[in-house]
Design a protein around this ligand. Structure first.
Ligand SMILES: NC(=O)c1ccc[n+]([C@@H]2O[C@H](COP(=O)([O-])OP(=O)(O)OC[C@H]3O[C@@H](n4cnc5c(N)ncnc54)[C@H](OP(=O)(O)O)[C@@H]3O)[C@@H](O)[C@H]2O)c1
Length: 268
């Protein structure tokens, strides 16, 4: 079991949603946490709350859309903290809508935040991790990576890309001391992008709490889990069906109401 005490962790998407819940769970176990997001006031609120116990939280307001700001983020945390033991790529954007109605800007921004930004941050951080022969990258994907969601096809594509890029790097860098994990949360209740929608998900999709996502991150760090799906058992079975017969998998999504639910989410 890996000890979290004094580990230096950088979490993106730390201003709201699931990020602060993950941060809290690591911080109460003694980790030193740095948080990044665009909203300075959001980051300050979270940092103030979390700094009440243990070490202060370091915050970096940053737009992960912009390469020079990604570089500034890594530089700034390394300067402040000395090292980054664990990077959690959690910031994400769910651009929903009929694909044909999305603007190119919306499509590109979703790919930038969900896929290019994690790739860029890891590329910036890897040399120092390789030099130290230690490090852990945790990428927060989604169940949409396992089963493409209608009206969230771009989101699904970025998350599937994130998951397979992580797998590729894990195999490429095996034995170097750098570990890679992917977390696949389902719809999350209480906080975050799905909770803001304010509707109950269909039975086949189910839901999970933000604490369950934080627990999966903890398992990845402490027990070296490489992939963790955080969702209902029935949905896991549907992923197996998808693999065996994509046609049957599509049919299941139709008749279970999952497709209609996604359509309702965008008000169609
Ligand atoms: N909630 C769910 O049901 C669910 C399910 C599966 C997977 N996930 C994944 O879990 C992760 C967290 O989701 P969430 O529900 O917590 O989302 P959220 O509530 O919408 O929060 C997104 C976070 O990302 C940050 N962010 C967005 N655009 C950014 C940018 N350009 N630069 C820097 N930071 C940016 C936001 O901060 P600012 O706005 O302050 O920049 C915020 O802190 C995402 O990767 C998401 O895809 C969520």
């Amino acid at each position: 079991m890996i000890e979290l005490k004094d580990k230096k962790v950088l979490i993106t998407g730390g201003s709201r949603g699931i990020g602060p819940v993950i941060a809290e769970s690591l911080k109460i176990r003694g980790a030193y946490v740095a948080l990044a997001a665009r909203s300075e006031s959001g980051l300050q609120d979270v940092a103030e709350r979390l700094s009440k116990t243990g070490s202060k939280v370091y915050i970096v307001p940053v737009d992960l859309n912009i390469q020079s700001q990604r570089e500034m983020l890594i530089d700034s945390v390394l300067k402040e903290v000395g090292t980054i033991d664990i990077l959690i790529n959690n910031a994400g954007l769910e651009t929903e809508g009929a694909y044909v109605e999305l603007s190119w800007t919306e499509i590109k921004e979703t790919v930038e935040i969900n896929l290019i930004a994690p790739m860029a941050l890891v590329r910036l951080l890897l040399p120092s991790m390789l030099k130290n022969k230690t490090g852990h990258i945790i990428n927060i994907a989604s169940i949409a990576a396992k089963s493409g969601a209608p009206y969230a096809a771009v989101y699904s594509g970025t998350k599937a890309g994130l998951a397979e890029w992580t797998r590729g790097l894990r195999l490429e860098l095996k034995g170097t001391g750098i570990h890679f994990s992917t977390i696949f949360p389902g719809y999350v209740r209480e906080v975050g992008m799905f909770a803001r929608f304010g509707k109950k998900s269909p039975w086949i999709i189910g839901s999970c709490s933000p604490e369950q996502v934080a627990k999966a991150v903890l398992k990845a760090i402490q027990k070296g889990k490489i992939e963790e799906i955080v969702n209902s058992r029935q949905l896991r079975y549907s992923f197996i069906i998808n693999e065996l017969s994509p046609k049957l998998g599509d049919w299941l999504m139709q008749i279970s109401g999952a497709v209609a639910f996604q359509r309702r989410k965008i008000g169609k």
